[in-house]
Design a protein around this ligand. Structure first.
Ligand SMILES: [Zn+2]
Length: 434
């Protein structure tokens, strides 16, 4: 356990040195690392430069970033949010607070678009293998020049442990991470986008649902005397858009109950042409907690614990409504084990798959593209229900409702509540984890 004082930060850049090495089929660029700092109470991210030179001038679907190899030692990796940024400023999460409570280290962890070891968020430390990152690598091959300074940002979001970055390596090749496109339906070619029931004109509405897999894999009850998460049932929530159009929102300057007001933008296809309308919806605010530093949409989800007996539903507790930043963290492929939602498989077969581009959480524009999802891990702020005192051991139902106020328009509001059986109660004794 080590606590490093801020004054030592200015020594950091001197520790970095760079190696670029070339092979005939692929090119790799490596940065050797240095000590990582522990969280000391305010927003701070450590920056590591990876100098990339000598590549073709465009990173796209024929050449570009293929994988990222990470070696990092840290006794509790769930403290860490690790972001990769291309020289033009596009960025994705490689991994954000994964590894549950006590997972340690990233050892020879490769991130690639279809990582065969599965999602990094569902895996166990030390993550040795080939994983899909939390974000989309293909966002970093969007036609920009890949030559220049790539940046790896590491944020430690919780105190008590620090670590070392050993190395980070970027691999570029002719098999890059790339968007899977079924046909060219986009805002420039709206005539190629489908309307429900083959209609010529329509509103391209989103439809939001919870993907069960993420919550099922990241849910944990903590004891009443747990020093960090007392009596909490912590859980992940991942919201997918299975509609015909993107979920898109825009902040507006007007204030509404002390918050910034939000409009929802609905796109329409009218005789092959693109149009849109903005509708007043909810509110948003600037979230400055560690790991965020961007705009959040208020009251985006609500968690509830309910008891259902003899068809009677009793709400035992509700979490406060949690605010989210909306962006397309990942996208669903049909080959994914988790792409079955409410008995139906989703992915590249979806009409208008990939429509909308939402790589970050800006004030002007946030959203979830068609087939995209926005994920919140179990260790993110607000991802819990406080269990009632003296809750009897037993089986209960966890409910997650998206947009509990019904502020946002969707093609189907009835599928916004996800429920799942959970077994909770006083049987959990500290230490309840690990
Ligand atoms: Zn956030």
């Amino acid at each position: 356990m080590r606590y490093i004082k801020p004054r030592s930060l200015k020594r950091l850049p001197g520790f970095l040195f760079l190696i670029g090495c070339l092979s005939s089929s692929a090119q790799t660029f490596t940065t050797k690392g240095t000590s990582l700092y522990d969280y000391y109470g305010y927003y701070f991210r450590q920056e590591f430069n990876i100098e990339v030179t000598g590549l073709p001038a465009v990173a796209d679907s024929s050449f570009g970033l293929t994988s990222v190899l990470l070696n990092l030692r840290h006794e509790r990796v769930s403290d860490l949010k690790i972001t990769l940024e291309s020289p033009d400023g596009a960025s994705i999460w490689l991994t954000n607070r994964n590894g549950k409570d006590s997972g340690a280290h990233y050892i020879h962890t490769r991130f690639s678009q279809f990582g065969q070891s599965g999602l990094i968020s569902a895996a166990r430390a030390p993550f040795t293998g080939d994983y899909r990152p939390d974000g989309q690598l293909e966002f970093l091959n969007h036609g920009q020049n890949p030559n220049g300074t790539w940046k790896l940002y590491i944020e430690d979001l919780k105190k008590d442990f620090s670590g070392d970055l050993d190395s980070i390596q970027l691999l570029f090749s002719h098999q890059p991470a790339k968007a899977i496109i079924r046909k060219k339906c986009d805002f420039e070619n709206i005539g190629l986008c489908d309307c429900p029931d083959g209609a010529k004109n329509c509103d391209l509405l989103p439809d939001l649902v919870i993907i069960p897999f993420f919550t099922e894999n990241q849910i944990q009850e903590y004891a009443w005397n747990d020093p960090v998460y007392p009596r909490q049932l912590r859980l992940a929530a991942t919201i997918a858009n299975i509609g015909y159009g993107p979920m898109e929102i825009k902040g507006a300057k007007a204030e509404k109950e002390g918050r910034l007001s939000v409009n929802q933008r609905i796109y329409n296809r009218k005789n092959g042409k693109l149009a849109y309308q903005d509708f007043p919806a909810g509110t948003m605010y600037f979230e400055d907690k560690p790991g965020h530093n961007h705009y959040h949409v208020d009251d985006w989800v609500e968690f509830r614990l309910v008891k259902i007996s003899n068809k009677k539903r009793t709400i035992l507790t509700k979490g406060s409504k949690v605010s989210y930043c909306l962006f397309t963290t990942g996208i669903i492929y049909q080959s994914d084990g988790f792409s079955t939602i409410n008995g139906k498989k989703y992915g590249e077969n979806m009409p208008n798959y990939g429509l909308g581009y939402y790589p970050s959480c800006n004030f002007d524009k946030q959203g979830i593209s068609v087939g995209g999802y926005d994920t919140y891990g179990m260790l993110y702020e607000g991802q819990y229900l406080e269990l009632p005192e003296n809750l009897p051991n037993g089986d209960y139902t966890l409910e997650i409702e998206i947009d509990p106020h019904h502020w946002y328009r969707e093609s189907d509001k009835k599928n916004n509540v996800f429920s799942m059986k959970v077994r909770v109660g006083k049987q959990v004794v500290y230490p309840s984890r690990r």
